[in-house]
Design a protein around this ligand. Structure first.
Ligand code: NAI
Length: 343
């Protein structure tokens, strides 16, 4: 099995090289993202392996199909960059549904602690031998109320961590979990009662811009907002307005609605074109990381292992439990009703 691996970063290679040891798979690592301009690199391969910012549109799918590529192996959970519907009947798609909820939940707490104890500021100050503490007064997390929106795999782990800090954990989820330790509230009650709000739900039509001006108006003065989920959950202009008006006490953002062409790249030698992101980064009570929450050794190893298993399962067994398919008109439904290949 020959795999063309697109959008390779140095941290991808060790895990994948370990995972293919003694297996009948060879991988060619390309730095380029898969898109109409680079798709010819996939000629002669059985599968392509891609990440969140590769473009798999109709043109790319037709070309891959023409080259005889049988499988698109996403090495991530999300698949909004692949036209799954158009893939049906031409090329199979597999993904990694979960790799480490701990990686994301722990990064969420790392950002929160950094912000409330001003670690990001202290780091810079002590590097210049400035040991003044002025402006660094934080607050205890113990006894505070954290509102967790989305109590799936990551939200539950983050809830456990917060309870370890002695916090009250309230939550909103349309599908509450009975014994997860949360006090479930309506979304508005959560907005009104939380000192800290952390987003852990998927980006879908009903969650887009769920943090907007009306939501912010309901929140406590000084609320901290954390988003390690998807940028589109927050209306960024409303967030900036809330921070400028001192309604929002701070924000921790690992994701950003317009991150596509920015994150995962070194733009330190460029003028930042995105004024909204530049404004956020300029604020002392905002911490931005570049979609980094997943990035731990454990998560990378799980991603590599599951992806390699997906490829082997597809080519050797003929099926793969992590296949995404549009046969039934809805990707998730197909996933749960399939017992053999859909085409
Ligand atoms: P999950 O599928 O286990 O949990 C999602 C939860 O959101 C479910 O309990 C679901 O019922 C709930 N939900 C659905 N609609 C909702 C709504 N309208 N309002 C509130 N909750 C709703 O997903 P998991 O693994 O916990 O991931 C959560 C999110 O984290 C993902 O959607 C993804 O966007 C993000 N993520 C971010 C990463 C990063 O590196 N920053 C890495 C991995 C995931």
């Amino acid at each position: 099995m020959r795999v063309a691996f697109f959008d390779t970063k140095p941290y991808d290679i060790p895990g994948f090289e370990r995972s293919i040891e003694n297996k009948d798979i060879t991988i060619k690592f390309y730095e380029a993202k898969l898109c109409p301009d680079t798709v010819q690199l996939a000629e002669g391969y059985d599968a392509v392996c891609i990440f969140v910012n590769d473009t798999v549109n109709k043109e790319v799918i037709d070309k891959l199909h023409g080259y005889g590529v049988k499988l698109i192996a996403l090495r991530c959970a999300g698949y909004n960059n692949v036209d799954i519907k158009y893939c049906y009947g031409k090329i199979h798609v597999v993904h990694v549904p979960e790799y480490s909820p701990y990686a994301v939940a722990e990064h969420t707490m790392a950002m929160l602690l950094a912000l409330v104890r001003r670690i990001h500021k202290a780091y810079n100050r002590t590097r210049e031998f400035n040991f003044s503490l002025n402006g660094f007064t934080g607050f205890d997390l113990h006894g505070k109320t954290v509102g967790i929106i989305g109590t799936g795999k990551i939200g539950c782990v983050f809830g456990d961590i917060c309870r370890g800090f002695g916090m009250r954990t309230v939550a909103y989820d349309p599908f509450p979990r009975g014994n997860a330790g949360f006090e479930y509230l309506s979304l508005n009650e959560l907005f009104e009662q939380s000192d800290i709000i952390s987003l852990h739900c998927p980006l879908i039509a009903e969650t887009k811009h769920m943090i907007d001006e009306q939501a912010i108006a309901r929140m406590k003065k000084g609320v901290i907002i954390i988003n390690t989920s998807r940028g589109g959950l927050i209306d960024t202009e409303s967030l900036i307005k809330g921070i400028k008006e001192r309604k929002i006490g701070g924000a921790c953002l690992d994701v950003y609605e317009e991150e596509g062409d920015i994150f995962f790249n070194d733009l330190s030698g460029h003028i930042m074109d995105d004024d909204t992101l530049a404004r956020l980064i300029s604020m002392p009570n905002v911490i931005v990381t570049g979609h980094q929450a997943f990035l731990t050794e454990e998560a990378l190893n799980n991603i590599a292992q599951t992806t390699v298993n997906n490829i082997i399962s597809f080519f050797i067994n003929g099926t793969c439990e992590n296949e995404l398919c549009y046969r039934c008109g809805k990707v998730e439904r197909c996933k749960y009703t399939r017992d053999k290949k859909c085409f």
